[in-house]
Design a protein around this ligand. Structure first.
Ligand code: NAD
Ligand code: LMR
Length: 332
């Protein structure tokens, strides 16, 4: 089937004129996310401020200038209900960044307002099958808020981005073991997209052989690998003066591509509402290993949780529960 024969997929992107938006939109429009035969309509949301709308207009002009054959339409707006109208996929990237003197709690509350409103707008106008990926930080709690604010949509449609952490962990492991990054499978990143996350390679394989047998170094795991992956975002900010953008956009594309087109039996990490397994209370938006096929994700079940892992998984859970408690009063 050629591009003109397929029905376009409506992809909403918030924060479309931001850094991540700039690395993301051109790749979506060129078919890297949904396939080289899949037309897309981009529905782009930005803040109403003149500067943000002007920047959005400029990005849309550039998209136009690429003459992407798969770009079947574009909408730029400051109205969430316009951006999310009939959206099949919603990438919630725009968020309030931490300002000077702002506490984490203040950041949570400011973003809670944004994601309550966007969840409600999705609930009202998006496709009933919309696949939502929250990238804007704090990503897990923002995704939880959006999910709770959209009671008419299935909770499973709301996910948070842990894929950047997954990809970061893959590269660190490949370097340490001296293997090709593409040969590593069965990696997990448990929990929150924050320094408390737990990248776990106990089950990982490289060309079918245990990676743990190649990296038999508990000290490196606890004192180098886990903190390095957890603090990688801060290290990028320190080095670049800006937070990660191209790698974040790449991870968002990986996340949605696998969700829609399937992971071919491979484990990938997604932040999803817990079903109560692995001792994670139901509903908590928590990074877990999944396999994706036919537009659905399925948790990898039954993995052993040893004492070290239990402590690490509970630590990141405690942070998520604290964040959840901090916004509970806004969710009714
Ligand atoms: P940015 O500041 O360059 O862009 C954000 C854009 O969002 C801005 O253009 C802003 O005008 C817009 N925006 C803000 N509030 C909005 C709203 N309510 N509706 C619509 N648009 C809105 O930031 P960025 O570098 O693109 O990062 C975006 C977010 O992604 C940040 O919260 C960042 O911390 C987060 N992030 C997450 C991950 C992850 O792995 N989950 C990785 C990197 C960055
Ligand atoms: C990242 O992991 O790169 C970002 O979440 C960091 C940040 O705070 O924006």
């Amino acid at each position: 089937m050629n591009a003109s024969q397929k029905t376009p997929v409506r992809v909403a992107v918030t924060g479309a004129a931001g850094q991540i938006g700039y690395s993301l939109l051109f790749r979506i429009a060129s078919g890297e996310m949904l396939g080289k035969d899949q037309p897309v309509i981009l529905q782009l949301l930005e803040l109403p401020m003149e500067k943000a709308q002007a920047a959005l207009k400029g990005v849309m002009m550039e998209l136009e200038d690429c003459a992407f054959p798969l770009l079947a339409g574009m909408v730029g707006t400051d109205d969430a209900e316009v951006a999310f109208k009939d959206a099949d996929i919603a990438l919630l990237v725009g968020a309030r960044p931490r300002g000077p003197g702002m506490e984490r709690k203040d950041l949570l509350l400011e973003n809670a307002k944004i994601f309550t409103a966007q969840g409600a707008a999705l609930n009202k106008v998006a496709s009933r099958d919309v696949k939502v990926l929250v990238v804007g930080n704090p990503a897990n709690t923002n995704a939880y808020i959006a999910m709770k604010s959209a009671p008419d949509l299935p909770a499973k449609n709301f996910t948070a981005m842990l894929r950047l952490d997954h990809n970061r962990a893959l590269s660190q492991l490949a370097n340490k073991a001296g293997v090709a990054v593409g040969d590593i499978e069965k990696l997990v990143v448990w929990g929150n997209h924050s320094p408390t996350m737990y990248p776990d390679y106990r089950f990982a394989t490289v060309n079918g052989q245990s990676l743990k047998d190649k990296i038999n170094d508990a000290d490196w795991n606890a004192n180098e690998f886990i903190p390095k992956v957890g603090k990688r975002g801060a290290a990028i900010i320190e080095a670049r003066g800006l937070s990660s953008a191209a790698s974040a956009a790449n991870a968002a594309i990986d996340h949605i591509r696998d969700w829609v087109l399937g992971s071919n039996g491979k484990w990938v990490t997604m932040g999803v509402p817990s079903d109560g397994s692995y001792g994670i209370p139901e509903g908590v938006m928590y990074g877990v290993p999944v396999i994706t096929a036919n537009g659905e994700y399925t948790r990898v079940e039954g993995l052993e949780v040893d004492a070290f892992s239990r402590a690490a998984m509970d630590k990141t859970l405690a942070e998520l529960e604290e964040e959840r408690a901090g916004v509970a009063h806004l969710l009714g």
